[in-house]
Design a protein around this ligand. Sequence first.
Ligand code: NAD
Length: 295
Amino acid sequence: MATIAFIGLGNMGGPMAANLIKAGHKVVAFDLVEASRAQAKADGADIADSAVAAVKGADAVVTMLPAGKHVLAVWTEVVPAMSKGALIIDSSTIDVESARAAHALAAKHGIAAVDAPVSGGTGGAKGATLTFMCGGEEGAFAMAKPILEKMGKKIVHCGGAGAGQAAKICNNMILGISMIAVSEAFALGEKLGLSHQALFDVASTSSGQCWSLTSYCPVPGPVPASPANNDYKPGFATALMLKDLTLSQDAAKAAGAATPLGQHAQEIYKAFEAAGHGGVDFSGIIQHVRTLAGI
Ligand code: NAD
């Protein structure tokens, strides 16, 4: 089994590192926050004094950090300290440009690199059922796959450097737009005197069906496990959805690709967050949509 350095032990990284330990790997962990380090220690990790100390002698390094600037700062420190032939994986959700810059940094030092953002949230991190969307060279992906398999159930190689991040932000742009579309349909249905259950029964078996409707329905009732039945507790918070919609808009601008619905979805989530709802599940956007509909 391998020695794996894990840097960034937050809501996602903590349980992901714990799953690597459960699978028999030796994990050397580091986070800036003492409470996260203590939890990782309780889960069976060795705790390092710094990110650089964590990666010394490791076969592979995993980073799970908030944003591109954190990833670039940590990779700039740790990549030169890594063993030749080792692998570095970033599973944070970050902008495509920073992901490509991180790959270039690793290549300069002869280190194999993979961008591998995830879908599946904290439940997937705990249950080792995440989907990993990977970008990088074939050889680096082949090295990463057996490690990622201990933390997830679906590992997809999407292409070269940054392709994992590109897939992640395109997927989440669909999700943000479709949640607003489903919310608008329920608000209009309500105005027209249609029950939520009747609209659900029709749309979930008709051409309007999508994940936002059938797995994560934004009205209470039709899908018992959806956050709508639990006062819109996240789940996947509005602030994280806004982060991902902003990443897709930044990428769209950089690529010169107009994405008008993606842009509008970003504006709608921005208004919802500005009204103080950043911590509410993203399906809570239906409250904002209902207000717009005059309900
Ligand atoms: P989090 O804020 O809980 O964890 C981030 C951790 O990184 C924190 O513990 C922080 O102390 C640590 N950190 C920051 N800078 C550091 C540094 N220089 N050295 C060491 N540690 C450092 O965030 P999270 O919810 O675990 O999310 C991590 C990433 O995964 C984000 O990019 C997020 O967008 C993405 N993501 C989150 C979810 C989710 O549901 N939470 C789902 C999919 C993807």
